[in-house]
Structures are given as C-alpha cells and as structure tokens.
Ligand binder design. Structure first.
Ligand code: SF4
Ligand code: SF4
Length: 483
C-alpha cells in the first residue's frame, strides 16, 4: 500500500489535470455547497446510527447538524435529507462510513503511488456489499477515473451506486471498457505533476479553485501576505456587476451558493459568442490582421454558418479591424485572458458559532477577450456587441488592476472597450497610470466592505435592494419569500 503522502484522491487528480498549482493547502474560501454537503453527510450518518423511531432519529440528526444555518439553508438541507431517505430508506444491513476507498496503484521512479476513489457509505448484507457515492449536484455521473478504478477493482459481491439527491434517484455506476488505459493516463498526469508541482494553468478552473489568492494569478493589491486566518470570498466579473445593484443577489451566488432558480442545462451559442470566438481565433498572434486578404480569411472560419449569420459576423469583424487599425505596433498575444486581484480588509467572521472581527480577502476575477502589448504597454481589449453601460468602467478598473500586477507594468495599462454593430464600431479607451490605479484600488477596497460584512452560514445577513433588476434575478422567488 502506498504511503499516505503518495496517495491522491480522484478529486485531487482532477484538479491536477486542470492546473498543478490548484492543489494546495486548505484555505478558508467560502465553499457553502461543500459545507452543506458535509453537514448533510453527518446528518445521514447520525440517522443511520440511531436506532430510535425514524421520526425521532431524523429530528435529532437535523438539530445536531443544521442548527447553525439560516432558515433558507436549513430548508435546503432538510429537503436533501428527506430525498436521501426516500432514495435509500433504512434497512437491516450493516452500515459503515469510514475511509471507504478503492485504490489503483503504480510504481513511479521506484516509489508506489495510489489513486483512490471515495465512497460515502457502505451497506453490507450477508457478505454482499453496496458502496454509495453521495452527490447533491445536478450531474450524478462520476468522473471517468472513478469509473475506471471501480471497474478494475470490483469483485462479484460488490455493487456501486450514486445517490443523486438532486434527481431523486439511485444510479448504478457504469463500468468502462478500458480501465487500465484510463488509469494509466491519470498516472501520467500525476507523473507530470511530480516533476513540476507549481505549474499554473489559468482557465475556467480558476472559478472553482481555492488557491486563487495564493497562486499569483490574482495578486494581493493591498497586503504582502495572506494567512489561513483570513476568510476568503471570490467574485467573478458578472457577480461584481450584480453587486452594484443588490448585495444579496451576489452574496447568494458567491458566499452561500444557493440553488439558482433559472438552471438551464444547455444554451445554444449566440451570434455574439461566435463573433468573439472567430475574432479571437484570427487576431491572436497574427501580425497581419489588418491586411485585406487576412480580413477576407475570416470567411473561411465561418463557412459552417448559415449565409445570414456569416454576413453579420463578417460585417462586425470588418468594423472591429477598422478600429484596431488606429493602433500602430499592436500585438495581440492572448484570448480569454484570466486576470484579477485579491483585496484584504477588516470584516466579520464566525468563531465557535460567534460573530467576531476577522480579515476578509475578496478575490475579484475576470476574463478579458484579448490581451497583448501596444509597443511596450500592456493592453486589454474587451469586445462588446451591446451599447456602453456604466458598469464597463468597473470592468476596466478590474482588468487594469489585475494587469498592472500580472503583466508587470510599472507605467501604464490601456483598456479598450470596442462596441461593435454591423455598420459601426466605437472605442472607449482608458489609460491607467499610477493615480488611476490608486483610485481604482480605493474603489475596490470600498466594495470589499460589503463582502467582508457577510456572515458565513447566514444567507439573510447581506442587504437587499429591490429594483428593476429583480425581474431577471436568479433568486427572485426565494428572495420575495424571505423579505
Ligand atoms: S486560480 Fe487558476 S491558475 Fe491559480 S491555481 Fe487555481 S486554477 Fe491554477
Ligand atoms: S430579487 Fe431583487 S432584491 Fe432579491 S436578491 Fe434578486 S435582485 Fe436582490
């Protein structure tokens, strides 16, 4: 059996596969879904281990594990708990919940390493075993690597299920055809990680990563270091914009992770998204983008679109290039460039169930459409197919502050918003020197006072502001119920 330090869970290996740096020491980033999952799990264990009448054991389990939450989260937890009991009523089997794993092992450079898939519960009945994974999210399917390990190590007297509480269903975990190949691929990922543990790979995974304030991608702007005593909250650009209208809406998304009422499984790509994608493809690392032939080559990229869409896309692209042509010595190096920063201020937190003063770090994250250099000056470019809004200034300030650290600029950062329609494009150029960056920093320190005041576990602590934006709010029913 491999040493504990050489054992990696499938969750850890998934993180590693996305970004080496994302596997780090535990931080205090708000992860409400995980906290709720842990308490639900404890309630299920209490209920299973209590021989009293069902009604009593349920009540005791809820009181012991859900009492610190506000009424909304208590309700969510009680509903999930009830669903689990419907999917998996108590039976006369032996129940176990401690360190239930299946482990694939491989030798790397003379040392044994292990990849483990975990289960929440085991039920044993006359030497027949059922292993249960507990999922509270919409997608109950375990990762490929979990399925591969299970397929490889399954014995005849074992069955494996996912209790998918969101779907009210017990789903059998399906085998894979090539478990050894899949396990080998993941051990290769592990080998690469062991060679270069700190390699950073920013991307979508930054949204879910708890190392953002430490990895250097979102540098501290008003402190030298961050410790594990600091509570952390991460705010995406979209949630930052929402925050200027209503604190509760953003808090419910980022601090409390309440279920959204507008959950959409699949959304088709809009013309605006396509315009972004095709333009990015053609502009990045292309020094000839302003040449006529090169502009024409945009049409090759869109050849699978219908005629009307192609024409619209091409018109927009021509407008865009006409604006970029005003900038000599422009080199676009990146698309979907991830940047942001971390701001630490005094706020509130919980210790031993009591509200106490605590430092709070707010990590602001954004993804700019294009980034590069104008001469030596860093430039961030944002493409918009809608008219200008007041929030665009906030977005520019976020990018400028993030870029000033990440792109190592001591002088100036340029942020361009280019507003493109079929027959016109306009540019809003903002230049951020030392004083503009200082005032942006002051503004974000002020905004951070809001996040720093939210009390963990109490989703009703953030203020709310009713306005026209409520109509599009993803929590409008829950919110009106709790006003
Ligand atoms: S925030 Fe992004 S770049 Fe940094 S460690 Fe996490 S995934 Fe990697
Ligand atoms: S419905 Fe309105 S007041 Fe309530 S959270 Fe949403 S935006 Fe805020």
């Amino acid at each position: 059996m491999p040493d504990r330090d050489n054992t990696y869970s499938t969750n850890q290996i998934k993180k590693i596969s996305q970004c080496h740096s994302s596997l780090g020491k535990r931080t205090r980033l708000a992860s409400p879904k995980l906290d709720r999952w842990k308490d639900l799990n404890k309630a299920i264990i209490d209920w299973q281990n209590n021989d009293a009448l069902d009604e009593t054991s349920i009540k005791v389990a809820e009181e012991n594990n859900f009492q610190f939450y506000d009424t909304i989260q208590k309700k969510i937890l009680s509903e999930l708990f009830a669903r689990f009991r419907t999917i998996y009523p108590k039976r006369n089997s032996n129940f176990n919940h401690e360190y239930l794993v299946k482990e694939a092992v491989k030798e790397i450079d003379g040392e044994e390493y292990g990849l483990t898939t975990h289960f929440a519960y085991e039920f044993e009945d006359e030497n027949h075993f059922e292993y249960i994974k507990l999922k509270t999210a919409h997608d109950p399917e375990p990762e490929l690597i979990d399925r591969a390990i299970i397929t490889k190590l399954k014995t005849d007297n074992e069955e494996f299920y996912t209790a998918a509480i969101e779907l009210d269903d017990l789903v059998e975990i399906e085998s894979v055809e090539n478990p050894d190949e899949i396990i080998d691929e993941y051990f290769k990922i592990l080998e690469e990680y062991l060679i270069e543990r700190q390699k950073r790979n920013p991307g979508k995974q930054c949204d879910y990563c708890d190392q953002s304030s430490r990895c250097g991608q979102f540098p501290l702007i008003n402190a030298d270091k961050i410790t594990n005593r600091v509570r952390e909250v991460k705010i995406s650009k979209t949630n930052l914009v929402k925050l200027s209208n209503c604190e509760r809406r953003t808090a419910w998304n980022v601090q409390y992770g309440l279920p959204r009422e507008d959950y959409v499984e699949y959304e088709s790509e809009s013309t605006a998204t396509k315009f972004h994608q095709f333009s990015q493809k053609l502009l990045v690392n292309n020094e000839n983008f302003s040449e006529k032939e090169n502009i024409e080559s945009f049409n090759q990229l869109t050849n699978e679109e219908d005629e009307v869409t192609r024409e619209q896309l091409f018109l927009k692209y021509q407008q865009l290039v006409s604006q970029l042509n005003n900038y000599d010595d422009l080199k676009i190096k990146e698309a979907e460039y991830i940047l942001g920063f971390t701001c630490i201020i005094d706020g509130k937190g919980l210790r031993d169930g009591k509200i106490v003063d605590q430092k709070v770090a707010t990590i602001y994250t954004g993804k700019s459409d294009l980034a590069g250099r104008l001469g030596k000056t860093p430039i961030i470019i944002e493409l918009k197919t809608r008219p200008e809004t007041p929030e665009d200034l906030l977005e520019a300030q976020l990018y400028a502050l993030g870029a000033s650290e990440l792109m190592k600029s001591e002088s100036e950062i340029i942020v361009l918003h280019i507003y493109v329609s079929d027959n016109k494009a306009t540019v809003k150029e903002r230049r951020f020197g030392v004083s503009e960056l200082e005032s942006a920093k002051a503004k974000f320190e002020d905004i951070s006072k809001k996040t720093a005041s939210w009390i963990p576990f109490d989703a009703l602590s953030p203020n709310y502001t009713v306005g026209e934006w409520c109509e599009y709010c993803e929590f409008k029913n829950t919110c009106s119920e709790y006003r």
